[in-house]
Each structure stands twice: as C-alpha cells, then as structure tokens.
Ligand binder design. Structure first.
Ligand code: FAD
Length: 444
C-alpha cells in the first residue's frame, strides 16, 4: 500500500496547524509529536494544488461533522473534505434515541435541535389494515429515554455551524489514498489536487473508498429496500407524537411526526436485488403507493402529502465485523468512523446514533495521544476500535436479524407475529436496552 508520491506544486506552506493557533499548548505538542519533513516538490504542474494538513476528515456527513465538532471541543482542529458541492439537504429524517441525544448534548447541539423537533412519546404497532396490536410509552419503560426524528439537512447544518468558516472543503471528492514517507497519508482528490495528512479520519459512508483501501469488503445487500419521504402539512399535521408501525406480509411501514408541519414515513419491502437506481419522483411515488395501496388510509395520506423531491429509495446493506476476519478499524494513522466502518441496517434506528457515539469515543482517545502524549496516534485508534467493536458488532447483527424477522412474508408466521408475538410477548424495555450508552464528558 505504501508508495512515494511527489507533490506537484511548489512552494507550499509549512505545517499549517492553522486551526490550532488559539491553543498554543496543543499546537506545540502536536508539532512535537507530528513533525513535518518537507518533501521535494516539482514545478511540473503549477495548476495542481498541494497542501499539508494535520487532521483531515473525509466526508461531511453526520460522522464527519460530529467528529470535527467533538475534536474542536477538545481544542483539536481539523479540515473536512466533502465530495458534494454543499451539505446534503435531502435524505429525509433520522430517529435519534437517548444515546444520540447524549452525544448531541456533549458536542453542544442538543438544545438547538430540541427546539425544532418534537419529542416522540411512544410507539403504536398496527396491522396493515390499521388494527392496533400494541402500544407503548417510552417513558413508562425508561424515564430517561428521549426519541425525536430529526431532519438530516438541519442536523448537518447545525453541526457545520459549530465549525470555523472554511473548515469544510466542498467539491473535494477523494479519488485515491496512499501512504507516503514519514507515516503520512497522501489524499488525491478528483481534480488531482493533493493533501498530505498526518492523520486521516474517514467518515465517507457505506461506499467508503478509504475502507476499501484498508481491505474491507463491499457492504452486503440484505434483501430489502426502503422508500422514504417527508409529508408536508403547511396548516399543521394531525398526528399525536408517536411512531406508528404497520406490519404487513413482506412489507412494513411507519410514520412519525417530526415537527408541527412535517411527518416522516418509510415503506420497507422485500426485493431479490437492489434494482436500478430510480430518480424519477413519479415512479418512486407510484411504486410506494402500489406497495401499500390497500393499507390504512392514514399512511396513504402521509405519502400523498409528500412533495416529490423528498421521496427516495434505498437498498439496505450491512457489513458484519467478524472478529479475526474483518480488517482492523485503523491502518497506521488512518481510521474509520460511522458507516464507513460499520454499515448496519436501519431496523433499530442506530446507524447514525452509533456514528455519533464513535465520534465522541474517537475524539477522547485521539486527544489522549495529541494532548497528553500518553499513547501514540496509532494506539489511540486501536483503543478506539477495541472500545467500539463490542458495541457495534452485536448491534449490526441484531439489526439484521430484526429486519429479517419483520420482513417475513409467510402468512402463518405473520399471523403469529400479529396475533401472539406483538400483542402478548414483546417488551419495549428489552427492545431499547441498546440505547443505554455512557461516556465521560468531553473535557480539555
Ligand atoms: C433507510 C434508512 C433509514 C435510517 N434511519 C436511521 C435512523 O432512524 N436512526 C439512525 O440512527 N440511523 C438511521 N440510518 C442510518 C444512518 O443514515 C447512517 O448510519 C448515517 O447516515 C451514517 O452517517 P455517516 O456520516 O457515517 O455516513 P454518510 O451520512 O453516508 O456520510 C458520508 C459522507 O461522506 C461523503 N463522501 C463519500 N465518499 C466521499 C469521497 N470519496 N470523498 C469525499 N467525501 C465523500 C458523502 O458525500 C457524505 O457526505 C438509516 C439508514 C437508512 C438507509
């Protein structure tokens, strides 16, 4: 994997550490521990940009931005490179449980988000014709539980606003990565500009090129896809603050109010293959409505109230981090966070929650290395991986199994589920135990 790359623009600025100028102690400790050695530069292509950075985060999604904010709270600066030309505004909404909210509070965005998104009080489970099978209140099971659906676009904006201006380089798609001399990493972007980084934190999502470079296989399609959207009610949405699940045969759906005017929904269905990428909104709407056309009118109304541009279709994938088989979370000073490391199916609503947890744990370990020198960066990444793996692996497996169970289309099994399992046996408390997650406060 290692190779020598000769950067193409000269001169370049010496170790920037610009993001740390306000913290002289950390800056000097970083300079000591991560000393640059200038590389011979060529004038061959003066157009091609080359720069050096201390910490580069690849991907301005939830993991990337939360990691940048968590590091910043510990006085550690970073730059984020993002392939898109702006923050992703689509992508509907995500449900965050108390583990996610603890991280939002720790990185200073919890209060701001709470003012915009409704607290969801419970769950109602129905059969496809709208018959109620069971209902739970979150706080009856766990008084500390907190559940809200949050629009991805607003979440990303809120996180990005906590970072210094220009901390995110948009239109910066990572093309290739290679290790160069001095344990540094050369990131080459699509426009052929290059960044030599001392530390790379890859938050580049399920198709992460960095994870591929580290030897991880592609995530595996699990046999079902989801349509998602946000119903818009300019005069106010009519629903109680509860998640309503509807269980059919091989198809399930849910809707949940997000705010006074918006309601998030999904329809999950079995499909032998991920199918072609569909972007035509009229096809997406028609296919969704066909799946649930005889279902409860409430669900159909939410789908009908959805503006075309918010409907998306996503094949669901995951990757199990088998002990001894899966590559480690880091390679030298390059580490994976969020979906780039552990894509999981959304059946427990934990992918983004876990990406947030990762960001806090990683920031804490990296700060130990950079600020106190109690361990090397490589050791910090390994201890982050050891701390996170026992949490991530079982959750990924459990999310997959829950999805497989809920997507069963056998009529006898579905009847047992709707008439015995859900009404009599299921306990919400044990279903949400995985949202218990504690961590030490982020402190300088
Ligand atoms: C249907 C569905 C429903 C879900 N619901 C929930 C839920 O309710 N609750 C929950 O907690 N989780 C949920 N998830 C999971 C959640 O969406 C993910 O876990 C979360 O988005 C992961 O964030 P991330 O930052 O790791 O990756 P992403 O959000 O994918 O961000 C990756 C970023 O990296 C950028 N990038 C990629 N490649 C490059 C490159 N080469 N160069 C530069 N930038 C690059 C991308 O543009 C993107 O901005 C759901 C997922 C799905 C599919």
């Amino acid at each position: 994997m290692a190779s020598l790359v000769v950067p193409q623009k000269c001169p370049f600025t010496l170790p920037s550490l610009h993001t740390l100028h306000h913290l002289p102690i950390i800056k000097s400790s970083l300079q000591t521990r991560l000393r640059w050695r200038p590389i011979c530069l060529s004038m061959a292509n003066a157009q091609t940009e080359f720069r050096k950075e201390d910490i580069v985060i690849v991907g301005a999604g939830i993991a990337g931005l939360a990691t940048a904010v968590a590091l910043q709270r510990l006085g550690i600066g970073s730059v984020v490179v993002e392939q898109s030309d702006s923050l992703r505004t689509g992508g509907t909404s995500l449900t965050f449980f108390k583990n996610g909210w603890k991280v939002f509070d720790a990185i200073g965005v919890g209060t701001e988000l709470r003012t915009q998104f409704l607290e969801i009080q419970g769950i109602v489970i129905k059969s496809e014709d709208g018959r109620e099978l069971r209902s739970f209140k979150f706080k009856d099971e766990d008084s500390s539980q907190e559940v809200r659906a949050v629009e991805r676009g607003i979440l990303l904006e809120t996180l990005a606003n906590k970072l210094p201006k220009n901390a995110i380089s948009f239109s910066s798609k990572l093309k290739s990565i290679e290790r160069i001399e001095n344990d540094e990493t050369m990131l080459t972007l699509e426009d052929d500009s290059q960044i030599s980084a001392k530390i790379v934190i890859a938050c580049d999502g399920i198709r992460s090129p960095v994870a591929k470079w580290m030897g991880f296989p592609e995530p595996r399609y699990v046999g079902h896809c989801a349509f998602r959207g946000i119903g818009f009610y300019p005069d106010g949405q009519p629903f109680e603050p509860k998640v309503t699940y509807l269980y059919g045969r091989g198809v399930r759906a849910a809707y949940v109010p997000i705010s006074p005017t918006k309601v998030y929904w999904f329809v999950c269905f079995n499909s032998p293959s991920p199918g072609p990428k569909i972007t035509d909104p009229s096809i997406l709407r028609r296919e969704t409505e066909d799946l649930v056309k005889n279902w409860s009118s409430e669900l159909l109304n939410v789908i009908k109230s959805t503006p075309d541009d918010t409907i998306i279709r996503t094949p669901l994938v995951d990757r199990w981090l088998w002990p001894g088989i899966s590559p480690p979370v880091s390679s030298g000073k390059v580490v994976l966070v969020g979906d780039a490391w552990h894509p999981m199916t959304p059946n427990l609503g934990q992918g983004a929650c876990c990406a947030l947890e990762d960001s806090i744990v990683l920031a804490k370990h990296l700060a130990q290395a950079i600020k106190f020198g109690t361990m090397s960066v490589e050791e910090a990444f390994m201890s982050y991986g050891s701390e996170r793996w026992p949490r991530i692996f079982p959750l990924t497996v459990r999310a997959n199994l829950v999805g497989a169970l809920l997507q069963l289309d056998n009529s006898v099994v579905c009847s047992l589920r709707n008439n015995v399992l859900v009404p009599k046996l299921v306990r919400l408390g044990s279903m949400l135990e995985h949202t218990n997650f504690d961590f030490e406060p982020l402190q300088l």
